[in-house]
Design a protein around this ligand. Structure first.
Ligand SMILES: [Zn+2]
Length: 389
């Protein structure tokens, strides 16, 4: 383990209640004030509990929140780009006391999943939310899905450390939910010292494969880490994206140099700020490098194509610890006879096989397989089948 990159802040957080104490904690939770989480908060809880959000041990304090919103740093100065907060109603906040405990209930089942030790509560009204929106999302417009979620949440925040009784079980592809401890153990076992992480919420086409393999040329291993937490309704469902990866890996990837696992985080669509967050999470999973593509974690036209890449330059490399690998749009060039990008190909658009997202969706919906230069046929077949359902 000592050969792997250190987690953000120095040590990997583990907020699980030991097995022998769970029954008692469950019993105690029944007598505590209850807070029902939404799905995004459950995702955040999972990131905290497993150490994926190290050094966070709970939902952010007011000092950390203000510092992260304004300075992209925790109050202690450590880089951190996204608020991880727990919003509650005024009534719920009124029932909580600093130093007291509350039970956190699963979004879907209402079962107690964790105990929160309250450190403070405070009002976080519309003006505070607009400030957070402008700083974190770079827009106060409600049309932005991340901003809409922020405005929709209740007007108080509660901070405190969490201790997790048991996370909700994942019924879809449970074998792919590896904690940072597990990915780190896997990297150590494989002898990987440098590992590149790849984040995606989209189906994987040749352009992604090219970028992943370019990165794999310079490191020991590749962690394919698709995000499976809550996304916008029009994003391709996580199960379909996972099937795409399974067929792609089976046919085109060196399995001794690739690990497929999932990132339980929910999408916030905060673009550049979320790219930093995604990188820090991957550092905790044991990655030394992280791929940052075009419009990483963006939505609509809120962010410039390379804004996410530029934001990494605002930090000293040693502060982040994980190395961003910045990639441009890639495509098949008929003159180069291979995948390329504008960094490596001198030819014009007429020589490049490039399809818009809309065009690809039309083809797939009509049952047509896009050109093999654009998408692997095995992947296209998965997508065509998924659109028939
Ligand atoms: Zn070319």
């Amino acid at each position: 383990m000592q050969d792997l990159i250190a987690p953000h802040g120095g040590s990997l957080v583990d907020r699980f209640i030991p097995l022998g104490e769970q029954a008692e904690a469950r019993q105690r939770a029944a007598s505590l004030p209850a807070l029902r989480l939404n799905r995004r908060q459950v995702s955040d809880l999972e990131l905290i509990a497993t150490g994926a959000a190290s050094p966070l041990t709970g939902f952010m304090s007011r000092d950390d929140y203000n510092s992260v919103v304004s300075n992209m740093r925790l109050a202690n100065g450590l880089p951190w780009s996204i608020p991880v907060t727990l919003a509650v109603t005024a009534d719920e906040a009124g029932a909580l006391r600093p130093g007291g405990d509350a039970a956190l209930l699963d979004a879907d089942t209402g079962v107690a999943v964790a105990i929160l030790t309250v450190s403070e509560t405070w009002a976080n009204g519309r003006a505070d939310k607009e400030h957070e929106a402008r700083e974190v999302y770079r827009t106060a417009e409600e049309a932005h899905p991340g901003v809409a979620a922020l405005y929709a949440q209740p007007d108080h925040l509660v901070a405190g450390e969490v201790r997790v009784i048991a996370l909700p079980t994942h019924e879809d592809f449970p074998q792919y939910y590896l904690t940072p401890t597990q990915t780190r153990a896997a990297f150590a076992e494989k002898g990987w010292r440098s590992v590149v992480g790849f984040q995606t919420r989209n189906p994987v086409h040749r352009a992604h494969e090219y970028i992943q393999k370019c990165a794999l040329e310079i490191v020991d291993g590749l962690l394919l880490h698709p995000l499976v937490g809550e996304t916008k309704g029009d994003d391709i469902p996580a199960g379909v994206r996972m099937r795409c990866y399974q067929v792609l890996l089976a046919n085109y990837y060196p399995l001794d140099r690739t690990l497929l696992s999932v990132n339980p985080a929910s999408m916030r669509y905060a673009g550049p700020r979320e790219a930093i967050f995604h990188a820090l999470i991957r550092k905790n999973y044991g990655c030394t490098h992280f791929i940052v593509g075009r419009d990483h974690a963006g939505v609509g036209s809120y962010y410039g194509t390379y804004d996410a890449q530029k934001l990494f330059d605002e930090f000293k490399p040693e502060e982040l610890g994980i190395v961003p690998l910045k990639f441009e749009h890639s495509f098949w060039c008929t003159k180069c006879e291979g995948m390329a990008s504008s960094k490596t190909c001198p030819h014009g658009p007429e020589d490049r096989i490039s399809l818009s997202g809309t065009k690809v969706r039309e083809m797939l919906r009509a049952g047509q397989i896009p050109p093999t230069e654009f998408s692997r046929p095995e992947v296209a077949k998965v997508l065509i089948e998924a659109m028939r359902d």
